[in-house]
Design a protein around this ligand. Structure first.
Ligand code: BES
Ligand code: MN
Ligand code: ZN
Length: 497
């Protein structure tokens, strides 16, 4: 799919479809008025008949409108003319993209990024338009007999400029939107792949492919023997029950000055989480193939950052393995020694994410990081607390948390902070080791973060719990690619772009 920006004469533009907005009470947008004038009041006539309410979510497809070179005009409801806000704007883009998905148009001319919206420039609106069109037209059909009829065919999207001076900002929005969408697609694909395909070895292969031929990207993959040499006893305890070899993947992006401290992203890469000996109930257990979505978001973010050539240094660290029961698997009550030297009593083998992350977080210290952000489908408790709309956010440095919250708002990929208070740490008390790996049912997302905080004392750190946001369940089951947009926005802001 290709996006472009151009100043166009809407009436004379040859295209399969022009997409224009209609407000409530039969009010046309400026673009609508232009088309109405060339068609001698044809659009107004149709609106007067009451065939389109102008409410968000309503639309009307017109064919062969008199006087226009375009084959079709898609009228899209935009709600009341006044008081457009972010939520409504994004909703209009999403609804429109869903209609485009079902249409058989190869190319369109799009104008909805021109809707007036306080607090945002054309760059942002064009970027959101591009991102949401890509998001809604995503398909995952590599593993199906392909039905050409059900595949969207939309290939060319021209975002209309009203003045020549608008071409540049729209183009900037497109460049960012497409880079983010590519990162999001990669994260969705990796999440959607089944665990018999997407193994730790497969993730390492995809990481190597990302870096191939890209001068600013390099990859290192550590094997089980290396993890042993590094004394990652906690990480190793999780992989014991699996026949798939674990990997510690490190991707390094060097876009900034040599020597400037990197932002380190650490992504949980459990390619399947059965719970281990503390085995999960079987209902919906298939969804635990998504337990590597943190890792996928790190790969997606690094792909986008290198595409955008951001002038910063970023390191992605991915501990990856399976969590399965076996005669050799870790047992409740086992005590292991982490790379940091702290000992951990594994009271529940299903709290495995923190066990692989803690060693990866210790390892992250070797890069003398400016900031470390970990991303993990860490706790079911987070889905109970925040539902599917917000990513959980906890950390040890408030300005970092504020930047991430702001990035989430800008990127329309929001997070919500939870506390990291000392009081919660007591729940991790163990009679036999330095800490237990679980803190009971109360505040499960917070105690998981408390556990990680014991390994992140040497640097500024934030933790994103994406258990609720990384994928959708039910009939729309599928990866969302979140929080790739948030991460990229944070890095764009950090790079001062
Ligand atoms: N990967 C799961 C968390 C999860 C569960 C994410 C359901 C999304 C949906 C994680 O490894 C896990 O099993 N966490 C346990 C922790 C508990 C044992 C303290 C949980 O949330 O139940
Ligand atoms: Mn688990
Ligand atoms: Zn897990």
């Amino acid at each position: 799919m290709e996006f472009s920006a151009k100043k166009v004469n809407l009436s004379k533009q040859k295209t399969a479809c022009i997409v224009v907005g209609v407000f409530e009470n039969q009010r046309l947008t400026d673009h609508g008025k232009t088309l109405d004038a060339t068609s001698r009041g044809y659009l107004q006539m149709i609106l007067k008949r009451g065939d389109l309410s102008g409410k968000v979510g309503r639309s009307l497809l017109l064919h062969a409108v008199p006087g226009l070179a375009a084959e079709r005009v898609l009228l899209v409801g935009c709600g009341p003319e006044k008081d457009m806000d972010d939520a409504r704007f994004l909703n209009i883009m999403t609804k429109t993209a869903e209609i485009l998905r079902s249409m058989r148009c190869r190319d369109i001319v799009f104008t909805l990024h021109q809707l007036k919206l306080r607090g945002h420039d054309l760059d942002w609106k064009a970027r959101q338009a591009a991102q949401l069109i890509r998001d809604r037209l995503y398909t995952f059909d590599y593993l199906k007999k392909r039905d050409p009829q059900s595949r969207p065919i939309l290939a060319k999207i021209l975002l209309a400029a009203q003045e020549a001076s608008e071409v540049k900002p729209i183009q900037r929005g497109i460049t960012q939107g497409v880079a983010i969408a590519d990162g999001v697609d990669l994260a969705k694909d990796l999440g959607n792949l089944p665990a018999n395909v997407c193994t730790p070895t497969y993730l390492a292969k995809r990481a190597r492919e990302l870096a191939k031929g890209v001068r600013t990207l390099s990859v290192q993959v550590l094997e089980e023997r290396d993890l042993r040499r590094l004394k990652m006893g906690s990480f190793l305890s999780v992989t014991r029950g699996s026949r798939q070899p674990p990997k510690l993947i490190t991707l390094q992006y060097k876009g900034g000055k040599t020597g400037t401290a990197p932002v380190v992203l650490v992504g949980k890469g459990i390619t399947f989480d059965s719970g281990g000996i503390s085995i999960k109930p079987s209902a919906a257990m298939d969804e635990m193939k998504y337990d590597m979505c943190g890792a996928a978001s790190v790969l997606g973010a690094l792909a986008a950052v290198s595409r955008l050539k951001l002038p910063i240094n970023v390191v992605g660290i991915i501990p990856t393995c399976e969590n399965l029961p076996d005669g050799n698997a870790s047992k409740p009550g086992d005590i292991v020694t982490s790379m940091s030297g702290q000992t951990i009593e594994i009271l529940n083998t299903d709290a495995e994410g923190r066990l692989i992350l803690c060693d990866a977080l210790t390892y992250a210290g070797r890069y003398k990081p400016d900031t470390v952000i970990d991303i993990a489908t860490l706790t079911g408790a987070c889905v109970i607390a925040l539902g599917k709309h917000a990513t959980g956010l906890i950390g040890n440095h408030q300005p970092l948390i504020d930047s991430l919250l702001a990035a989430g708002v800008t990127a329309a990929d929001r997070a919500w902070q939870m506390p990291l208070w000392e009081e919660y740490q007591d729940q991790l008390q163990s009679n036999f080791a330095d800490m237990a790996n679980v803190g009971g049912r109360e505040g499960g997302t917070i105690t998981a973060a408390c556990f990680l905080s014991r390994f992140t004392k040497d640097y500024r750190w934030a933790h994103l719990d994406i258990a609720g946001t990384a994928w959708r369940s039910g009939s729309n089951k599928g990866g969302t690619g979140r929080p790739v947009p948030l991460l990229i926005q944070y890095l764009i802001d950090k790079a001062g772009r």
